[in-house]
Design a protein around this ligand. Sequence first.
Ligand code: PLP
Length: 386
Amino acid sequence: MKTIYTDNNATTMVAPEVLEEMLPYFSELYGNPSSMHSFGGNVGLKLKEARQKVADLIHADPGEIVFTSCGSESDNAAILSALAANPDKKHIITSVVEHPAVKNLCQSLEKEGYRITFVPVDNMGRLDTDILYAAMDNDTALVTLMWANNETGVIFPVEEIAEKAAEKGILFHTDAVQAAGKIPIDVSQAPIDMLSLSGHKIHAPKGMGVLYVKKGVKFHPFLKGGHQEGGRRAGTENTASIIGMGKACELAGSHLKEMDTRVRAMRDHLEAGLLENIPAATVNGEKDNRLPNTLSIGFDAVEGESILLLMDQTGICASSGSACTSGSLDPSHVLMAMKVPFESAHGTIRFSLSTYNTMEEMDHIIEVMPGIIQRLRDMSPFWKKH
Ligand code: PLP
C-alpha cells in the first residue's frame, strides 16, 4: 500500500537535496566550527553559507540569524528575551489560537504574575485587531502572534500589527513556523523585531530552529554557556542540521511560486471534491486568507480520530486538529476559540500538502473519503438524528 502523506504541517520529509548536503558533516567533516584549525574552520565557512541562505528566505541580514534547537525554543527565547529586556513591563499580548510553544509559556508566565491579553478570533479564525490595539499600553513588553495558524492555515496581518506595535515602542515577535516556505516573508517590509522558524516544517531535519533577531534589538539569552551564535545561543552548533536548514531555505524560496500555484490548486481541488461528495462538511477558517497548502474540514457527527484510523488503513496520513493535541478527545483550542460547532469540530480533519504531493493523490483521497465518512455515520447515533 502506498502512503499518501498529507500531514506536512505536522512535519515534512527531509528533502533528498538537504540530506545530501548534510551527510558529510556527520562523518568526514566533523570539525567544531569554533576550532582554530582549518578542519573545523572549513565547517565554520559552510555554516556561514547556510546562515546567508536562511537570511535570504526572509530578507534578513545573516548577522540577524540565530540557530536554535527547534521552533519551540525560538518562541521561548524571543518571549523571555523581551521580558528580560523590559524588566519594568509586565504585560504581553498574544492570541487565543497560538501554538502551545507560545500559549503554554504565556499561561505559565501568567501564573508568575504577568498580565497576558489573549486576543480572541472570530468564527473564521480572524484576529480581533480592535481588541488587540486597545490592549497595547505602557506596561506592554511584547506582542507575540503567529504569522499563520498551524491548524486552519489562517494568516494574520502581522506586518500591520508590527507597525502599530512599533509606533507604541512595543517589541513585536512572530511565530512564522507555518508561514515560512508557504508564503513570502520579508522582514525588511515591517518592523518585526523577532521571528521564529522551524526546520522540520520546511524539509530540513527535526530539532532545528531559527530565531531572527533584528539588528539593534537587545537580546537576552535564557541559555547561558559558550559564545556561539554571537553570544545569543550557547551550545556547539548542530552543524549538519544547520547546513541542512540552509539548503532547505534555499529550496523553500525557489518553491514559493509552486506553493502558490500547483499546491494551491491541489488543495482547492481536494476541498471542492470533498465538499461535493460528502454532505454536512464545513471548511474551517477564512477561505481567501489561508496558507495555500492547508485544508481544515469538519464532517458532522463523526469522530476525527475514527476517521484518521480508517484513513490510515488506506495509507492516507493527516491530522485531526493539531498533531500536538491529538490524543485528547476534546476539540482543539483553535477550533473552540473559533466557536466551530461541537459536532463539526469533533469530526475535523486537517490535510496539509507539500510540493511532493500530486493531483492523483488528491483524486484518490476524494474517492475514498466519502465511503469512510458514510461508514462511520452509519454507526453514529448523532448522524441518525439528522
Ligand atoms: N509554532 C507553530 C505554529 C507550529 O506549528 C509548531 C510545530 O508544530 C511550532 C511552533 C513548534 O515547532 P518545533 O516542533 O520545531 O518545536
